[in-house]
Design a protein around this ligand. Structure first.
Ligand code: FMN
Length: 146
């Protein structure tokens, strides 16, 4: 099985989650930042996993740019999953979160969502991640491939 994990990360927390997901999946896995990702690479994979920090309830511009470049023919018949990192502050709930928006962008173009979008929590804007989040990310990744 071939999987690609595309992430963006300002302070490194989403990168850590992306790498934990990559390590947990058996097969040929690439974990790359959105800036390095070529949407055309998607055609040759089985599973695409996209993750972003939540910024103002949305994915970051780098992830949005990647998503905008993915075409229907790239993503058709590809399994997809989405995650984000976010703070657990109650105030930010009204804006929504990145993972759901990533998932709906990918499915609206024809990707098949294989698992509900997932959130991983930071303790503060720059991190660190809350305890147990890397382990939870590995468990989530294993569910993807089951
Ligand atoms: C400009 C900015 C906007 C943010 N907006 C939100 C938000 O809307 N909701 C939320 O839960 N967290 C928000 N956060 C917290 C980020 O989600 C947190 O910084 C991120 O998970 C850290 O990931 P990173 O280390 O990969 O950058 C925001 C952070 C920044 C810097």
């Amino acid at each position: 099985m071939k999987a690609l994990v595309v992430y963006d990360s300002v302070y490194g927390n989403t990168e850590k989650i992306a790498k934990a997901i990559g390590h947990a999946i058996d097969g040929e896995i690439k974990v790359i930042s959105a800036g390095e990702a070529d949407p055309a690479d998607i055609k040759s994979i089985d599973i695409l996993i996209v993750g972003s920090p939540t910024h103002g309830g949305r994915p970051t511009p780098a992830i949005q740019d990647f998503l905008d470049k993915v075409t229907g023919s790239d993503i058709k018949s590809i399994k997809v999953a989405a995650f984000d990192t976010r703070s657990s502050s109650r105030l930010v709930r009204i804006f929504g979160y990145a993972a759901e928006k990533i998932a709906s962008s990918l499915t609206s173009k024809g990707g098949t969502l294989i698992l509900s979008p997932e959130a991983f929590f930071v303790k503060a804007t720059k991190g660190p991640l809350k305890e147990g989040e890397l382990e939870r990310a590995a468990d989530w990744a294993k569910e993807i491939t089951e």
